[in-house]
Design a protein around this ligand. Structure first.
Ligand code: ATP
Ligand code: MG
Length: 434
């Protein structure tokens, strides 16, 4: 088959392109065989379109290719776009010739068109077919825009993208939920966050960010935890928690505006009505959150982190993005700075969307003696942090930062309630494949 000059994409198949001739490449999404007439739905990166083939107008070669057609086969067709009021998009492609480039098996183990509802487990088992569904692929096209928008925004504020080690010798925040790896004749660990490295790097670049995978051996099987997730992290010198909360707010707004601009079609596919949130986001303190819970009959001991049920209750009251600030110092990691006016409280915050925690951050301790004390108070051994502590002797400015879970942000933007939907190949306690 001769390749014509121009590739036509599914999104080109509309009335205004009536008469456009070229070739199309893609996957067979659906087949409707009426005998003399065959309709195929072709899927490519831009969406789906209808192809119509008249058996009596096809060559012998094309007819024998047509016999091989099965759902998800990769095909190439030559054809002409024709306005067709009866077809869904007001146009279709009249096919002149067809070739099967890669034939798929029949029957497929998973229905890509989605007429048969599949359980999450089945979906993940056949993830590569599941991702072919346009509304599932859309999540990751939005994700692509999110990552670009984050980089664009942070760079515009002078942040430098860095890459810190994934293989580390000691735990950042204590040993729980660390994965061990055999490292030659030693035991090493997979990093849970870039925390200590990003803090050290503010002494070099002042403002750093990192986007990358981190690992947590989460024992609890929830809809918001996976063992390998992507974190968007920043750390900024000469800044406190309020400065970086402003940056986080600005980033969320920029990301949403970009998604609205670049991914209109994907949002429609997902049936998501996304709105740009108004700044500043609501800010409530930990103590205020406690009082809110008390007013609905939930008495909570001061000092503890919120349980999932408590977060759900708070989420019922706060419908969009909001911050919870000033957590008890002891509920936060050792590097978080206690408030000067009251050491029991810390210069910390979580960014929430309804019940879901998206980000944690705060001002960091920049004084070595205090940091050592906090490490000890957390039951950790300062000597395990020797390399890190030395950095504080070499000139350490006040600094602050946060870590934002990429897959959780994507859950919010695509209105998904299980984090396994917003990562291509999820890893959890029970799933290591595919
Ligand atoms: P949670 O309380 O929800 O378990 P965390 O407070 O332990 O989260 P942080 O250490 O504050 O998590 O990490 C910063 C951000 O990274 C979190 O707000 C979240 O968005 C994301 N994150 C942390 N752990 C996971 C995980 N296991 N799976 C997905 N995202 C995660
Ligand atoms: Mg947190």
């Amino acid at each position: 088959m001769q390749k014509l000059e121009k590739r036509i994409f599914a999104s080109d198949v509309n009335e205004s392109n009536d008469g456009l001739a070229g070739y199309l490449l893609g996957w067979v999404h659906e087949v409707r065989d009426l005998g003399a007439l065959v309709f195929l739905i072709l899927r490519d990166i831009t969406g789906t379109c209808q192809l119509s083939l008249r058996r009596n107008e096809l060559s012998k070669e094309s007819l024998s290719e047509l016999e091989k057609i099965s759902k998800e086969s990769v095909i190439m067709v030559d054809g002409v776009v024709r306005a067709e009021p009866k077809s869904r998009l007001g146009a279709e492609v009249k096919v002149m010739s067809i070739k099967v480039l890669s034939k798929s098996v029949e029957p497929l183990p998973y229905d890509v068109v989605g007429k048969v509802k599949a359980s999450m487990n089945t979906r993940l088992e056949y993830r590569i077919l599941d991702l072919r569904r346009p509304e599932h692929r859309a999540i990751f096209l939005i994700g692509d825009t999110v990552l670009n928008a984050c980089r664009e925004y942070l760079r515009s504020l002078g942040f430098v993208e860095v890459r810190t080690p994934r293989i580390i010798a000691t735990a950042t925040e204590g040993g729980a939920s660390l994965f061990e790896v055999k490292y030659f004749d030693k035991i090493a660990y997979l990093a849970q966050s870039p925390q200590l490295y990003k803090e050290e790097l503010v002494t070099i670049f002042e403002r750093v960010f990192e986007i990358g995978p981190f690992f947590r051996a989460e024992e609890s099987h929830t809809r918001r935890h996976i063992s390998e997730f992507t974190s968007i992290d920043i750390e900024a010198a000469f800044s406190n928690y309020e400065d970086v909360m402003d940056i986080l707010e600005g980033l969320i707004v920029h990301v949403i505006m970009k998604v609205l601009f670049e991914r209109k079609r994907e949002l429609e596919l997902l049936n998501v009505n996304l709105k740009v949130p108004r700044r500043p986001f609501l800010r409530i303190t930990y103590d205020e959150a406690l009082r809110e819970l008390e007013s609905i009959g939930i008495k909570k001991k001061w000092g503890e982190d919120f349980t999932t049920e408590e977060l759900r209750q708070l989420g019922r009251k706060h419908l969009g993005f909001y911050f919870i600030t000033h957590f008890p110092t002891d509920s936060k990691p050792f590097y978080i700075k206690p408030c000067e006016s009251n050491e029991l409280l810390s210069e910390s915050f979580d960014l929430m969307y309804q019940w879901l925690e998206l980000s944690s951050g705060g001002t960091r301790i920049s004084d070595r003696a205090l940091l050592e004390r906090r490490i000890r108070e957390k039951g950790l051994n300062p000597s395990a942090f020797n390399y890190h502590l030395k950095v504080y002797d070499y000139g350490m400015p006040q600094h602050a930062g946060w870590g934002l879970g990429f897959e959780r942000l994507l859950m919010v933007l695509t209105r998904k309630t299980n984090i396994r939907e917003t990562i291509l190949f999820p890893r959890d306690k029970f799933r290591l494949m595919p």
